[in-house]
Design a protein around this ligand. Structure first.
Ligand code: AMP
Ligand code: MG
Length: 369
């Protein structure tokens, strides 16, 4: 099969990319969160193509991406989106909440689940009456959406269940055999998928943690409706993104809590493969004595430490988020027997989103065994 072409997003390439989208093709598009597999949200066959390329289960709905021209320049953002048939908001109270959220957070990594508009078919939201919408804060994504003048679905450009890509090369690794083009916008600056929330007239709930934290949202929307914040509720699957198994490397990944020194935790807890090899994901560099203690434990299992990756040298959660998926990809490429991963130490703000993704990677492993 042909490999997708990686293109510098100059005006000619952007025009060519927009033409491919209008012709119903799916292509790789950079955003500030992760690279998306973009297609015209108004063409059911293009949307189906995205599901097929990703091998994404039909019950997992897609996010629709819009550009500033689609929500600005009207009397209100919600009216602009409704006018284009993207959402359908009858309730005034809901409209004013949505306007305030868009004012504050768009373009940016916040996805809003709202009543679906008439121009979008049920296939992109798995038959739901709702649709997830966001405006990416990346100049290439914004320019592409504006040139195509269509809302675009753009789920992460990986095969379903794999690690999301944060570089153009990683998109080619994942989907290079089935798409014609990837626009290269450089490495993603945020590196984790958007925060997803469902907003109603008088309640809201977090469906997927991301860079916009619940504390910031509560300031604007009031406290979250905790009673509904579960996938086990009677109304079926609230949001497939809440499912635990997701974002998994192919190599089994075991979580380390790091409440006691890592070397002792390895002795007491993790299952080390005898005569095997290990990749280690650490939030930050550890003291040299701690690393040699870890290596001693591994040696006693005749295990070798193939590679150590640090999420951040400085302890910055933002840097860690930006590097997480690239680190997981590099560790996965070792073909080690097991990956050991230590959670981000501060479980607040961005740390919540980082640990959410690490836990999902580990859960998938346990589910496979
Ligand atoms: P992805 O496109 O892979 O970043 O994932 C999209 C995320 O948004 C998933 O977690 C979906 O479950 C969630 N999502 C998209 N549309 C809806 C919707 N209509 N209702 C609830 N969750 C949604
Ligand atoms: Mg995804």
């Amino acid at each position: 099969m042909n490999q997708a072409r990686i293109a510098v997003p100059n005006p000619d390439e952007l025009d060519a990319a927009a033409q491919l989208l209008l012709a119903g093709h799916a292509i790789g598009m950079p955003t500030e969160t992760v690279y998306g597999l973009a297609a015209d949200a108004t063409q059911p066959r293009a949307v189906q193509r995205v599901y097929a390329h990703k091998r994404r289960p039909a019950e997992n709905p897609l996010i629709v991406h819009v550009a500033e021209g689609m929500f600005q320049g009207h009397e209100s953002s919600s009216a602009a989106l409704a006018g284009r048939g993207i959402v359908s908001i009858g309730d005034e109270q809901l409209a004013s909440r949505v306007d305030a959220l868009i004012d504050r957070f768009w373009p940016g990594p916040l996805t809003l689940v709202l009543p679906r508009g008439t121009r979008l078919g049920p296939e992109l939201s798995a038959g739901r009456a709702t649709v997830a919408v966001r405006a990416p804060a990346h100049p290439v994504a914004a320019a592409l959406i504006a040139r195509a003048d269509r809302p675009l679905v753009a789920p992460s450009a990986n095969r379903s269940g794999h690690i999301s890509p944060t570089t153009a090369e990683a998109v080619v690794e994942e989907l290079g055999d089935c798409i014609p083009l990837v626009l290269d916008g450089g490495p993603c600056t945020l590196g984790l998928e958007s925060t997803v929330i469902e907003v109603q007239a008088s309640s809201w709930r977090l469906l997927r943690p991301g860079m916009v934290g619940p504390a910031e949202l509560s300031k604007q929307l009031g406290p979250q409706d905790e009673t509904k914040n579960t996938n086990a509720s009677g109304d079926g699957l609230v949001s497939p993104g809440l499912l635990s198994a997701h974002y998994a490397p192919r190599t089994p990944l075991v979580l380390l809590e790091h409440r006691i020194p890592l070397a002792r935790e390895l002795v007491f807890g993790a299952v080390l493969p005898a005569d095997g090899s290990v990749g280690l994901l650490l939030p930050q560099p550890v003291a040299p004595e701690e690393l040699s203690a870890i290596e001693d434990v591994l040696r006693s299992h005749r295990c070798s430490l193939r590679c150590v990756r640090h999420l951040s040298k400085t302890g910055s959660a933002k840097d860690a988020a930006a590097r997480l998926f690239a680190c997981l990809r590099e560790l996965d490429a070792l073909s080690a027997d097991v990956l050991l991963a230590v959670l981000w130490p501060v479980e607040e703000g961005v740390g919540v989103a980082i640990n959410d993704r690490i836990r999902r990677a580990a859960y998938a492993t346990l589910g496979r065994s």
